[in-house]
Design a protein around this ligand. Structure first.
Ligand SMILES: NC(=O)C1=CN([C@@H]2O[C@H](COP(=O)(O)OP(=O)(O)OC[C@H]3O[C@@H](n4cnc5c(N)ncnc54)[C@H](OP(=O)(O)O)[C@@H]3O)[C@@H](O)[C@H]2O)C=CC1
Ligand SMILES: O=C([O-])CC(=O)C(=O)O
Length: 260
């Protein structure tokens, strides 16, 4: 039986817990103190609620970050320095170049492994293959409902309550998008890391009062030719910022672990 450590206890973590594949069990959940009693009750003490990665006395086969970019900064290096396998969903954390270097150094020092989950988007494998032949241009656009942008930096750029038609409210690099919208634009970073990088990947963020979907549009052109991909994802009921597919990509990482 393979053992997983989960970081985070929010919407995505709940989906992972509910869909945990056979052959994998949850050993630890790193969560804020206020969730600890609920975790102990739910799992009858069989899953340890931890305040810190370093409080773990066991050895997880996989550490699944389903929390935030801040959590990657807080725990990522400790996980890698211990030689563990860290799978990250908050990929936008790597828009911080200093953090990226710190994680790389910890990984080298501890012989750990870092995996970036594909998250809410598809086509990253094709993008990475295309990169081998040279990429000229990669663009990414995210279109979500006003509810999905609420509580984000979007509120400083556009009045989400009065928007009556689809509107682009942000244009910039993937690095800017991932850092300004840490709970909404990790896909921009995922696309950047698979393609032409954080500063060259052009990003548009859009609010659409007519949609209930999270729609990701990716366009890549290069020596291979050209592709456009549109993914219209259903958000999680418990968090409209997060697409169901992002949670399922974390479930898939558990399935791969079970099959190893
Ligand atoms: N790559 C991709 O395609 C996508 C990536 N994401 C990333 O996944 C993250 C999780 O999504 P989702 O579950 O929907 O978000 P939620 O806000 O529903 O849940 C986040 C959970 O993580 C916890 N958490 C956050 N930071 C820390 C920390 N430093 N230490 C301990 N616990 C922490 C929160 O704690 P508390 O309850 O106390 O607030 C909460 O339990 C997003 O923040 C985003 O970064 C999301 C969608 C797509
Ligand atoms: O889940 C999504 O649709 C995308 C998302 O929040 C992110 O990229 O951070």
């Amino acid at each position: 039986m393979k053992k997983v450590m989960l970081i985070g206890y929010g919407a995505m973590a709940q989906t992972v817990i509910e869909r945990l594949p056979e052959g994998v069990e949850l050993g630890w959940i790193v969560a804020r103190e206020r969730h600890h009693a609920a975790i102990r009750d739910r799992f009858h003490g069989k899953v340890e609620a931890l305040a810190e990665v370093n409080d773990c006395t066991g050895a997880p086969d996989l550490v699944l970050e389903c929390a935030s970019q801040q959590a990657v900064a807080q725990y990522g290096a400790a996980v890698l320095a211990r030689g563990w396998h860290l799978a990250v969903i908050s990929t936008g954390a790597l828009a911080d170049a200093a953090l990226e270097q710190r994680l790389a150094a910890a990984r080298r020092a501890g012989n750990g492994r870092l995996t970036l989950l594909a998250g809410a988007v598809a086509g990253i494998d094709g993008l990475e293959a295309a990169k081998e032949g040279g990429l000229y241009r990669v663009t990414y656009r995210s279109r979500k409902s006003p509810a999905s942008w609420r509580g984000s930096h979007a509120e400083k750029l556009i009045d989400l309550d009065s928007v009556s038609e689809a509107q682009i409210f942000f244009e910039g690099s993937a690095r800017e998008a991932a850092q300004l919208f840490p709970a909404n634009a990790n896909v921009a970073a995922t696309v950047a890391l698979g393609g032409v990088g954080m500063d060259e990947t052009r990003v548009q963020l859009m609010v659409d009062p007519q949609t209930t979907r999270n729609t990701h549009t990716l366009h890549a052109a290069g020596g291979f030719g050209e592709f456009s991909l549109e993914l219209s994802g259903l958000p999680l009921a418990s968090n409209p910022k997060t697409s169901t597919l992002a949670a399922l990509s974390a479930v898939r990482a558990c399935r791969e672990l079970a099959q190893q």
